[in-house]
Design a protein around this ligand. Sequence first.
Ligand code: UD1
Ligand code: MG
Length: 456
Amino acid sequence: MQLEVVILAAGQGTRMRSKQPKVLHPLAGKPMVSHVIHQARQLQAEVIHLVIGHGGEAVRAQVAGEAIRFVEQTEQLGTGHAVQQVLPGLADNSRVLILYGDVPLIQASTLSDLLAPVDEQHLGLLTLNKADPTGYGRILRDAQQQVCGIVEQKDASEAQKAITEVNTGVLAVTAAQLRRWLPALSNDNAQGEYYLTDILAMAYQEGVKIHAVQPQADYEVEGVNDRVQLARLERVWQQVQAEHLMRQGVTLADPARIDIRGELSCEMDVFIDVGCVFEGRVHLASGVRVGAYCVIKDTHLGEGVTLASHCVLEGARLEADNQVGPFARLRPQTCLQPGARVGNFVEIKKSELAAGAKVNHLSYIGDAQVGAQANIGAGTITCNYDGVNKHQTQIGAGAFIGSNSSLVAPVRIGDGATVGAGSTITRSVPDQALAVSRSKQQQIADWPRPTKQPQS
Ligand code: UD1
Ligand code: MG
């Protein structure tokens, strides 16, 4: 049987106190609902139905292009009512997995376990034992310990409230079963809602066996109702990722002080100091050292690269043995060939530094090619923008650019050429030549300094 996934995300999320729909609040840098969609994709679901209501337009806009079937639930009359809205869109021979958009860390491996037994005679229900079950639906079992129903907190007797096995909300059934049971739901209960959970008693009465499966980790079924729970879950997830990295051979100065908001892959013997943030796709090859408080996005750091503290990198590629920072900013399409060095307060954009080139202090290098072993002095600026267009600067191998030079692009500095400190270079400099374009120094001997005028 093919699989269809239904993700419920129509609720308001009042306790977030936000104009943004709850399921769009980010966890690890991406909307909660996108985490759920990602796991559903891993199960090779034929169709993913997303039930939207409050803030539905914003949710649609955010997950556009994800091949999702959106289903509007205009009034939120309960979880059973929400799934009813999807019924017309389900194929007859499907298995249906129901997830919540505000339970972001559910994992595909747990869901596979849940789905394994599901057919017309078997249903899968994800349950959890909780020391404090307050607020959850309680799992009812018969004398043979078979699951026979779910009672919501607000409808439970005192004896039922003492049950510690709770409903996580995740369940797997067949489309045919939903078509039979959902129309029979009533809202005659404490909340006046159509409870999806009432289908469990219907299944039991029909003799459909209910398989209660537990998640591999408790955080997988943790829901988010307010920002406190969201922050807590964020820390849990960061800890999980940190442990995964350490098991792969990464040393973290403090596993509680790292934030991974994307995919960080590391080879062996990487060291990451405290307070670093990784976004998008980042790869750290073996022996990479990342100093404290670096922010790194969509970047590749090759073997032996060292970043000192407080570097900000985006869309950069550092081939090997580069030393960068502290306080360096490498912007998209920066490429450092092996051994090239970048020091403090240097910004580089859309430029390549060939092997062994150095830009060590206070410079802006944009739209430039810097040759091997070239040395760019402190305060060098490539003037790449004329107010309308961007222009290229080429600096030859072994060139030496004196401090505080402005290279007005388009311009080429030849191989082995030298630019005198303080020059403004507007014409290309031939190989091996010296270019100096500063005004001549004047000297006045025995020059008397001004003296203070008496106050009148
Ligand atoms: C539900 C379960 C409860 C379980 C708990 C786990 C029911 C009746 N109860 O209770 O057994 O222990 O989750 O967290 O199912 N939603 C809609 N449309 C609606 C109502 C809800 O899309 O009309 C969505 C919400 O956005 C949310 C999810 O369904 O993502 C759960 O709804 P919520 O109101 O939080 O259900 P609970 O009362 O927590
Ligand atoms: Mg809830």
